[in-house]
Design a protein around this ligand. Structure first.
Ligand code: AMP
Length: 229
């Protein structure tokens, strides 16, 4: 069954943090995913609603699946969304999950502030080429960008780069590798994205799901505010 079937809604999620943090919101919206992706090799997971299913894709592929209609909606980090571009995607809701920030980090022995002040050309390693290019261009800092697909923290330790642009949550990974967060670029959280054509063609079902998500996010936020008092 393809996601072109008007009676079926397909939700794209990635395993790990996004899946784990989306589950409570789905539950609150009345949706139970019937298999645990950590224990199953299936890529299409049924839910308690026979017209809604979940597909598991790589985090960086979620916008592509939703853009081209392989899924009707999905959950993706703002980092991934900016890197991918948001053409064809409706972004109605910040789910405020998988929160972290995009930052610049350098080795503790590297004087980043002086290098920037002196107008040095910096070598920056990152998976987030577009975000890094835009950030340094706005600052008027000349950079050579080196594209990596993982373990960015290693680059300044091996002389591959002067600094990195990466996601920081607790800061523990940086600390363990003698790196210091020298600039914060932007706060990051996960967003609900919807295929614009699906929004029209499958309007009632998608609306219902979107409304349920909005209620679930508001209730979760109220509960968090309450417990913070
Ligand atoms: P931390 O040590 O808690 O600061 O986490 C940093 C590591 O986790 C880095 O390798 C990041 O790329 C990754 N990371 C942190 N937050 C997120 C997130 N919300 N989504 C994806 N990766 C993340």
């Amino acid at each position: 069954m393809s996601s072109q079937d008007r009676s079926m809604i397909t939700l794209a999620l990635s395993k790990g943090r996004i899946f784990d943090e989306t589950m409570p919101l789905l539950k609150a919206a009345g949706l139970d995913v019937l298999e645990n992706p950590e224990h199953s090799r299936k890529l299409i997971l049924p839910t308690n609603r026979n017209n809604i299913r979940v597909v598991l894709v790589r985090a960086s592929d979620v916008p592509t699946y939703v853009q081209y209609g392989g899924a009707d909606l999905g959950v993706t980090g703002l980092d991934t969304l900016i890197e991918h571009g948001s053409e064809g995607l409706y972004q109605p809701l910040d789910l405020q999950i998988a929160k972290c920030r995009m930052s610049v980090a350098a080795h503790e022995a590297f004087d980043y502030a002086s290098a920037v002040k002196q107008g040095s050309r910096l070598k920056i390693a990152t998976k987030y080429i577009n975000i890094a290019r835009e950030f340094f261009a706005r600052k008027g800092v000349h950079v050579d960008l080196v594209k990596l697909y993982g373990s960015m923290e290693l680059a300044p330790l091996t002389g591959l780069a002067d600094a990195i642009v990466d996601l920081v949550s607790t800061g523990n990974t940086l600390k363990a590798n003698h790196l210091i967060e020298v600039e914060q670029i932007m706060p990051i959280s996960s967003r609900l994205v919807i295929n614009q054509a699906a929004l029209k063609l499958k309007q009632p079902l998608i609306r219902e799901l979107l409304d349920a998500f909005v209620v679930a996010v508001n209730e979760r936020n109220s509960a968090l505010n309450e417990s913070a008092r």
